[in-house]
Design a protein around this ligand. Structure first.
Ligand SMILES: Nc1ncnc2c1ncn2[C@@H]1O[C@H](COP(=O)(O)OP(=O)(O)OP(=O)(O)O)[C@@H](O)[C@H]1O
Length: 357
């Protein structure tokens, strides 16, 4: 198990990581989701030992890693751009790490060859060993990068946006492969990404990094369906967040004064979250009984195949998104510029206390 506790990393006046604590369990696929600049790469670099934290501890299986040089940590790192040696063959790229590493270099040519072949087989590249790395596809280069890391039998594998350089179709395929390879190896993978769909697809656990900390770490379904705070919800690109101040058990937001689940004190800041696919749309006079609603003007729609996204703006300027699944469409035909009632079941609302983070 990898445990990070109280990790802080500053660059001049800027604090990239701010007392972050986080655990990667054994034999697990963990996604780390964060916006650009949130500190994802910094966190991986600290675990690998390319940088040291200003405060905090990094512990792997009970042994302190921080302060140790990278080659003593037994950690694998797969870079976004793969970082292969262009003048070496596939096989030579994979063998390189075994032959020339600073500790435990493997001197026996037979052992190097055997372990290299085993790593190539693991990633489905048997038969490609003699090719130059310029003579294979992007997905195959990704697999070489992975084989080169796995051949050293790391105790944990860090992957920095490993699918970022691949086109969309290939990315989907590599998602399945990465998960399958990891399951065979039983080594934990920590996969960093800025894409919520990639994070949710890949991770048994998804950790959300924001404001220099992990704001939630949960199973992917639990995270998607029940984010614990507005910060986590915002990263899922599936929730409308409406912020406001409590007034007589309701919340004054820029979508109007809305009922909230639970009771809060007057003057308190809070936010409610409404999932894009849990909002229905009708004429203002036709809100079904028992549903809460607010009004908003339809701006425009965006069609992306299996789903259609509709954008609305309230009179006070809140942008609200509604998703319709085309297999079971539920929205009426919408006219741009017209005002509609957006309604939802009261129990669909999540409430987060405190000011917007
Ligand atoms: N060597 C450095 N010197 C100064 N600032 C740095 C350095 N490395 C990172 N930072 C800053 O620390 C913050 C976190 O950077 P980091 O690269 O870890 O983010 P990231 O989440 O990986 O971003 P991206 O997804 O865009 O790669 C950023 O604000 C960045 O500008």
């Amino acid at each position: 198990m990898l445990t990070l506790s109280g990790i802080t990393r500053r660059y001049g006046d800027a604090t990239a990581l701010d007392g972050l604590s986080f655990t990667v369990p054994d034999d697990a696929y963990v996604s780390l989701l964060g916006a650009s600049g949130s500190g994802k790469t910094t966190l991986l670099r600290l675990i690998a030992g390319f940088e040291e934290p200003d405060a905090g501890q990094i512990i792997l299986d009970g042994v302190r890693l921080d302060g140790q040089p990278p080659h003593r940590r037994d950690i694998g790192f797969v870079f976004q751009n793969f970082a292969l040696f262009p003048h070496l063959t596939v096989e030579e790229n994979v063998a390189f790490g075994l032959k020339y590493r600073e500790s435990n270099a493997v001197a026996s040519a037979a052992e190097v060859a055997e372990r290299t072949q085993a790593a190539l087989e693991l990633v489905g590249l048997e038969g490609f060993g003699h090719r130059g790395v310029g003579e294979i596809s992007g997905g195959q280069r990704q697999r070489v990068a992975l084989a080169r890391t796995l051949v050293t039998e790391p105790r944990i594998v860090l992957l920095d946006e490993p699918l970022g350089a691949l086109d969309a179709n290939l990315r989907d395929r590599m998602c399945d492969e990465l998960r399958a390879i990891r399951e065979r190896l039983k080594v934990s993978f920590l996969h960093v990404t800025g894409s919520e769909t990639e994070a949710l697809t890949m991770g048994d656990t998804v950790a959300v990094l924001a404001g220099g900390r992990i704001v939630q770490s949960s199973g992917s379904r639990a995270l998607f369906e029940a984010p614990l705070n507005a910060s986590a919800a915002k990263h899922l690109n599936a929730w409308n967040i409406l912020s406001g101040t409590v007034e007589k058990d309701k919340l004054r937001t820029n979508a109007g004064i809305l009922p909230v689940p639970g009771s809060l004190s007057d003057g308190q800041s809070a936010q409610i979250a409404l999932r894009f696919d849990r909002i229905d749309v009708s004429d203002a006079a036709q809100v079904p009984e028992g549903r809460h609603h607010f009004e908003a003007r339809f701006l425009t729609g965006e069609f992306n195949g299996p789903t259609a996204l509709s954008f609305f703006r309230t009179a006070d300027g809140a942008l609200v998104q509604v998703v319709d699944h085309l297999s079971s469409p539920r929205l009426p035909r919408l006219e741009e510029g017209r005002t509609y009632a957006l309604h939802y079941r009261p129990e669909e609302v999540l409430l987060f206390e405190g000011a917007e983070g």
